[in-house]
Write a protein that binds this ligand. Structure first.
Ligand code: NDP
Length: 338
């Protein structure tokens, strides 16, 4: 059983050398009387939140990765053997699995059956039809409370979550601008994903000026994926009664000392609603979400960009790449295709 092992707790930026690919043995049979499920992993999802589990925490409610054990994350898998009545051999599932060829899932409530339809790629259950898709859907429609014609800004806009928020906002009739970290990503936002405008934040030394250029009348909705300096500049450019959905702050995850945000008084001046949210609160709405998003994919009203890394050997580099913007779209690792 080939595995991506977590070697040591991480400070600063994660490196490929914080992980190692090793082989161990595994029984593919569920023990008599156990309700565990053995799965063959097909697609693994690289998610920024995995960085949190790479740090050592004394908080009892927080489960760090264990040194010398495989990493864990969302994935798509096929059931090989099951002691849990809801799953049988051959079923396709998505949920939390190990970064390895085969996993023993001791808590089968953490995986969900996929009623896969052949007209959508199975890997989509790591992205648009999985956790990042639900994040974009709940974050935009529920947290941002959008209205037609509003001015919407999204950071990390070409990523797993951002690309969907932008397309949902366009379907809603909003004016949508995204930022990303390369010229190529900016072109994709404008030409493939239908954003009205986009800019490369790495080439703008004055973020406030860049936002004023893109939003002369100000921003109604900011979907924040990055935090830090960008959030500070956005606060200066929000409109009265604007909404900020705080989805994540990836610019802060690897800093020892988080960056101070100086412009928070704007929340008062402009009566801004700034709301943090966590996708797990919306898991009960997953089937409602699928009813909305599956037709959008089938009717080609929405597209989804994936960045595919082949094989577990390439998984550490793919994960580390999230923190320097190497990925274009949802970062997936293919372990096996069936
Ligand atoms: P992405 O696919 O967008 O990958 C991460 C991207 O972040 C990179 O490609 C890079 O793009 C950008 N980035 C990396 N470092 C920085 C930096 N220092 N400053 C600005 N941008 C940076 O990831 P996801 O779409 O999966 O996640 C996006 C955000 O949503 C993250 O903050 C994540 O933690 C959060 N999240 C929150 C959830 C919730 O429940 N609240 C659930 C899922 C995700 P670029 O080239 O543009 O720099």
């Amino acid at each position: 059983n080939k595995q991506v092992i977590f070697k040591q707790f991480v400070e600063g930026f994660p490196k490929e050398s914080d992980m190692a690919v090793k082989t161990s043995s595994i029984s593919l049979k569920v023990e008599e009387g156990s309700n565990a499920v053995v799965v063959k992993n097909l697609y693994l999802s690289c998610d920024p939140r995995m960085r949190f589990r790479m740090k050592h925490s004394k908080d009892p409610g927080f489960v760090s990765f264990q040194p010398s054990s495989p990493l864990e994350g969302f994935g798509v898998a096929k059931v090989v053997d099951s002691g849990y009545p809801e799953f049988k051999k051959g079923d396709l599932v998505w949920g939390t699995v190990g970064w390895e060829e085969y996993s023993v899932i001791k808590n089968p409530e953490s995986i969900f059956k996929i009623h896969h339809t052949d007209d959508v790629p199975l890997s989509y259950y790591t992205g648009i039809l999985g956790m990042p898709g639900l994040t974009a859907w709940a974050g935009f429609y529920e947290v941002c409370a959008p209205k037609e014609g509003e001015y919407v800004y999204i950071s990390a806009a070409s990523g797993a979550v951002g690309q969907l928020v932008g397309q949902f906002a366009k379907l809603m009739g909003c004016y949508v601008v995204g930022s990303a970290g390369s010229k190529e990503k900016v072109e994709i936002l404008k030409n493939k994903l239908g954003f009205d405008d986009a800019f490369n934040y790495k080439e703008e030394h004055d973020l406030d000026a860049a936002l004023k250029r893109c939003f002369p009348e100000g921003i109604d909705i900011y979907f924040d994926n990055v935090g830090g300096r960008m959030l500070d500049a956005v606060l200066l450019n929000m409109r009265v009664q604007g909404r900020i959905a705080v989805c994540g702050m990836i610019s802060q995850y690897n800093l020892g000392q988080p960056e101070g945000v100086c412009n928070l008084m704007n929340i008062v001046y402009k009566r801004i609603h700034m709301i943090g949210f966590i996708v797990f609160d919306y898991f009960p709405q997953y089937s409602k979400f699928l009813e909305v998003v599956l037709p959008l994919i089938r009717e080609e009203k929405i597209v989804y960009l994936e960045d595919i890394a082949e094989g577990l050997e390439n998984a550490p580099a793919a994960l580390v790449g999230l923190f320097n913007g190497r990925n274009i779209g949802k970062q997936v690792v293919v372990v096996a295709r069936e």
